[in-house]
Design a protein around this ligand. Structure first.
Ligand SMILES: NC(=[NH2+])NCCC[C@H](N)C(=O)O
Length: 309
């Protein structure tokens, strides 16, 4: 049966206050200026309206309040878009934006069931304000989505636990503190550390994670921190960590998601254009977005051929 590709809605999450190096606030605008939307439509997918949510420290009392207000606005923008049945592409922004992205998607799916999430990252991002040594909010989004940490992040839409531990898998971790590892272990979250990825290959790990997180879910998504990739393939990011996932392997895994009707969204974060001399990392991010959401050549030409003349 021929399947009609769903439109892709691009949501720009312009926040950098969650990171030490805030340049990723300009990540989404730089990616759009570098032709991301055009690359998606060239690959055969219908690109819908664009939404932009921007953090505003001038309206906030402090850094955490900036992040909380931003995520509330992002979640409120994402939830209705997810309800339209489009696939969402959220462009960060620092990784604290994941709270708003996935809270919004979880809220939209809630009447139908749970949300599964694959988190690709060099870090675990599972601190609470109490456990964090750096106090950086971009090291806290996973704890918040699991219902731990500041109520301003955990209680969006008046309920907490947007992701259940059994519906979450982290892949590529290689830089973390023991408190966040302990929290994840106590909750039983599956973490596939980078040593295992290096041994087995990313595609294999991704397939395993996908089967686990999507079991019994109404929908699922991928949150991809580009610092999960090898810095040789994606150097322009605030907290790079050596020996990461190869871009080509990440693209192959994302391509395997094509046509999955339960895939609700892809989020790509921590791209910092202020460090992207020559644009190598922008090209890598665009390639990842096209791999995950673009229409593979054969499906695109079949859809074209099936159109009435
Ligand atoms: N999304 C990121 N890049 N997170 C980096 C977090 C680094 C460190 N674990 C911290 O909490 O400060």
């Amino acid at each position: 049966m021929l399947h009609t590709p769903r439109p892709v809605e691009i949501v720009s999450a312009a926040i950098g206050e969650g990171a030490r190096d805030g340049g990723c606030k300009y990540g989404a605008s730089a990616l759009l200026a570098a032709g991301l939307a055009q690359a998606l439509s060239d690959s055969g997918c219908e690109v819908g309206a664009r939404t932009m949510v921007t953090s505003d420290p001038l309206q906030a009392t402090d850094r955490m309040d900036t992040v909380a207000r931003f995520n509330q606005a992002l979640a409120e923008a994402v939830a209705p878009l997810a309800l339209t049945g489009a696939q969402l592409l959220v462009l960060g922004g620092d990784h604290s934006c994941a709270v708003g992205s996935w809270s919004g998607m979880a809220q939209a799916l809630r009447p139908h069931g749970r949300l599964g999430l694959i988190w690709v990252d060099a870090h675990l991002d599972a601190h609470t304000p109490e456990s964090s040594e750096s106090n950086a909010p971009h090291g806290m989004p996973l704890a918040a989505l699991l219902g731990h940490g500041s109520a301003a992040l955990t209680q969006l839409f008046g309920w907490s636990g947007k992701i259940r531990p059994e519906n979450l898998a982290i892949i590529g971790a290689r830089s973390y503190e023991s408190a966040e590892r302990q929290l994840l272990e106590s909750l039983g979250v599956q973490v596939i550390y980078m040593e295992e990825v290096a041994r087995r290959g990313f595609e294999d790990c991704f397939a395993q994670a996908r089967a686990a997180v999507t079991a019994g879910c109404a929908g699922w998504g991928v949150s991809l921190d580009i610092d999960g990739l090898d810095p040789g393939d994606a150097p322009a990011t605030g907290t790079p960590v050596a020996h990461g996932i190869a871009l080509a392997e990440a693209m192959a895994a994302l391509r395997s998601c094509h046509g999955d009707p339960r895939l609700v969204g892809l989020e790509i974060v921590e791209y910092n254009p202020l460090h992207d001399f020559g644009g190598q990392t922008a090209r890598a991010v665009i390639a990842l977005a096209v791999a995950g959401l673009g229409v593979p050549a054969t499906a695109a030409s079949a859809a074209l051929a099936a159109r009435p003349a």
